[in-house]
Design a protein around this ligand. Structure first.
Ligand code: T1G
Length: 692
């Protein structure tokens, strides 16, 4: 049963019990209806209290059921709410902790609502690309008023219950034990009639059309590629302009439209992908983690400083070890400056500023960091330097300390081999700027211990990162795939494109930045350095020489005032460069290539399918645990458009057969070897399946 029923005196108590957050799945909905029948048929019962067991009243509809027949199977949530609202005895919702989505809609169907302080109250459906589909858009405005309800529905942001005291949403805020307070309240109103129903409340908002029009314009301007926010406004508008049941129908129609949309499926995919990423098939969820009370970072440069800030922001003391006082002072000064800038923007209180700055200290001696629970090196990306650092860490660090490398491409197994404790070694690949980018690639060495992985996954949540575990390979997940993406970008230049055409094509698809603007921002010399190594390690892999020609001109990007684009001093705006375009055209001629007009579709297919195909190989090799992990890497670390769900999800929406057909077409062109479809993808396509 996903709800318990018991009678306390004259009060029936229904307790929803569907861990982890009392999602209103079919079994829970059925159990509520059955319990209500028992209560209504029992003459001794004068009133009914409904509440949630565990850590939530209810987190809403069971999103694991979405797009499955169970989601709408009777008793639907609408039916449950009708049973509550039309009951002949008073029904009181006793709310605590989390009351969201369908959970709040269920509470709004009750005659009364009491709550403890600190409960998160929200209709977050818009964050899943849908809208409250069980009356929330019609009832919430009736208890909170049009403006507050619209704000909550369009933003999806939780509001603490105590902030809503005094509104018609709550009849009482309960101090102390919720159930005692709720049962006392139930006894107090047991005989009160008529039973108050939210649907009967009239919304009084003079000149509401002007407000609604203003809201439409504002929401349209801010909702980007997502259709849900604007439809939230339409549904709430119906609460003001239509009879209740007509408004409910409008809400239903809008909900059904959104729940089938690709944008909503992408957002739900990301929601579950974020949570699935922390699960490893061979690491039990109850694996004990090592306590992390103190952190050390080796290197106070851009990466080291950014990494250190993550821990200070999470309230964990962190020491930065540098070799020279001057470098240490510089690193600490940059960190302080970062916090000052945030403080000046009003995004940090003085107290938080002081706390965070105070949590970061510097040292010049390895001995000073010996007791840290985890040490993360962010030193120069060269194996010889890593060897020195890890041999020293192996000597100095206390037993059980986790030894982490921020390497972005080097072999973590080789690094672990520099120590006598390879089981304590792991890769923690942060993305620059490390205190901003959400992605953290956690690189699992062959000998990395399971509790080290469990600890670093839990730590990534604590520092608000999306931790994705990768096996050891060149470039792990993200950079290994971006390599193929960059190769195609270079080939497209040789065959007929300009940098701005390629960038515009993917930016039209929703990418934050195309490959060439990205190169100018991150520094074209980084890729140049990696390619030089590749030319030796993997001479059979071909690259366009255009990027090398650019770097030979010293055009590393914004940091040198010129890259693929020209820049004006103090202006980060990229201007197409005649010099670069002439260089590209000349290079095509040198290669004997007749430049041709290339469509945006070919550009985006070649760039994205290059990612997809490499992602398929990564899955085949077990480097990534699941396709959604790859999507999370791209959504949180590489600016892949959220409404497209990530490269693997995007391939599923296109259909793997279509992806393969396009690849077969490009296999006939130059560098056709890059277009051999990964066997895993061919197999899935043959079975009519997708990656997710
Ligand atoms: N259904 C099913 N499982 C859910 C869930 C839900 N609504 N919400 C969370 N979970 C799972 C989650 O996958 C994870 O599972 C575990 O709970 C802990 O989550 C008709 C249709 C509730 C604030 O959008 O915002 O109602 O990984 O790690 O940080 O209008 O989860 O442990 O197996 O996030 O304490 C609207 C989404 C649904 C709420 C708890 N409701 N959830 O946060 O834990 S649509 C939502 C959250 C709807 C109606 C419509 C948060 C949380 P696992 P967690 P947390």
């Amino acid at each position: 049963m996903s709800a318990e029923y018991q009678v306390s005196g004259n009060i029936a108590v229904i307790t929803m019990n569907n861990p982890p957050v009392n999602g209103l799945g079919h079994s829970t909905r059925s159990a509520i209806v059955e319990s209500m029948q028992l209560a209504l048929n029992d003459d001794a019962v004068k009133a009914i209290v409904i509440t949630g067991a565990g850590k939530a009243f209810s987190g809403g509809a069971d999103i694991k059921e979405f797009n499955s027949p169970k989601a709408f199977a009777e008793p639907s949530l609408h039916t449950v709410i009708n049973v509550l609202e039309n009951a002949s005895k008073p029904v009181i919702a006793a709310i605590h902790s989390v009351c969201m989505g369908g959970g709040l809609e269920l509470a709004l169907g009750c005659h009364y609502r009491v709550a403890t302080a600190g409960a998160q109250i929200a209709l977050p459906e818009v964050k899943l690309g849908i809208l409250p589909g069980a009356g929330g858009t019609q009832r919430l405005p009736r208890v909170l008023g049009l403006e507050m309800a619209l704000n909550m529905i369009v933003s999806g942001t939780p509001v603490a219950s105590e902030k809503l005291a005094g509104t018609a949403l709550f009849n009482e805020l309960i101090d102390g034990d919720l159930m005692q307070g709720a049962i006392a309240f139930a006894n107090k109103i047991a005989d009160a009639r008529p039973l108050p129903r939210v649907r009967d409340i009239k919304i009084d908002y003079p000149n509401h059309e002007a407000f609604l029009q203003f809201s439409r314009n504002t929401v349209r301007a801010m909702s980007g590629p997502f259709p849900a926010p604007l439809k939230c406004v339409e549904a709430v508008a119906a609460a003001v302009t239509k009879k209740f049941d007509d408004g409910l129908k409008i809400e239903r129609d809008l909900f059904l439209e959104l729940v089938q949309s690709t944008e909503s499926k992408a957002l739900r995919h990301a929601f579950f992908g974020e949570r699935a990423a922390s699960k490893l098939p061979d690491v039990p969820e109850d694996t004990p983690t090592r306590p992390i009370k103190a952190v050390a970072v080796i290197g106070g440069g851009t990466m080291g400083g950014g990494i250190a800030m993550n821990f200070a922001n999470a309230g964990i003391p962190v020491q930065i070890l540098e070799m020279k006082q001057e470098a240490l002072d510089k690193g600490l000064a940059i960190i302080r400056k970062n916090y000052e800038n945030t403080f000046k923007k009003g995004k940090l209180t003085q107290e938080k500023f002081d706390q965070r700055v105070g949590l970061i200290t510097g040292t010049l001696s390895y001995e000073a960091i010996a007791d840290a629970d985890i040490v993360i090196e962010a030193v120069f990306e060269e194996m010889g330097v890593k060897e020195q650092v890890f041999k020293k860490l192996d000597e100095v660090m206390k037993p059980g300390a986790i030894l982490a490398s921020n390497t972005s491409t080097l072999d973590v197994d080789v690094i672990a081999g520099f120590t006598k404790r390879p089981e304590d070694v792991v890769g923690t690949h942060f993305f620059s700027p490390a205190n901003v980018m959400k992605l953290l690639e956690i690189v699992r060495g062959k000998k990395t211990a399971k509790d080290v992985l469990a600890t670093v996954l839990a730590l990534s949540k604590k520092i608000k990162k999306t931790g994705v575990v990768s096996g050891v390979c060149d470039g792990f997940i993200g950079n290994r795939m971006i390599e193929q993406y960059s190769r195609q970008a270079g080939f497209l230049l040789e065959e007929g494109c300009t940098p701005e055409q390629v960038d515009k094509a993917v930016e039209k698809l929703g990418f934050a930045m195309g490959p060439f603007r990205m190169g100018d921002l991150a520094g074209n010399d980084i890729g140049w350095y990696i390619r030089k190594r590749r030319y030796i390690d993997k001479p059979h892999v071909t690259y366009s020489k255009t990027a090398d020609l650019l770097c030979e001109l010293g055009r590393f990007g914004q940091k040198t005032g010129a890259g693929w684009y020209d820049y004006k001093p103090g202006d980060r705006k990229p201007y197409p460069s005649q010099l670069v375009n002439d260089m590209i055209i000349q290079h095509s001629a040198d290669l004997g290539i007749d430049r041709r007009k290339i469509s945006d579709q070919e550009i985006t297919e070649r760039l994205i399918y290059a990612l997809v195909n490499e992602g398929a190989h990564i899955l085949e090799e077990g480097i990534a645990t699941r396709a959604s992990d790859i999507d999370m890497v791209y959504l949180t670390g590489y600016g892949f458009p959220l409404h497209r769900g990530g490269p693997m999800f995007y391939a599923d929406t296109v259909g793997l057969t279509n992806v393969i057909l396009a690849m077969n077409k490009y296999a006939k062109g130059r560098h056709g070897d890059a277009w051999k479809p990964a066997p895993f993808m061919v197999k899935l396509a043959a079975e009519g399946k997708g990656f997710n």
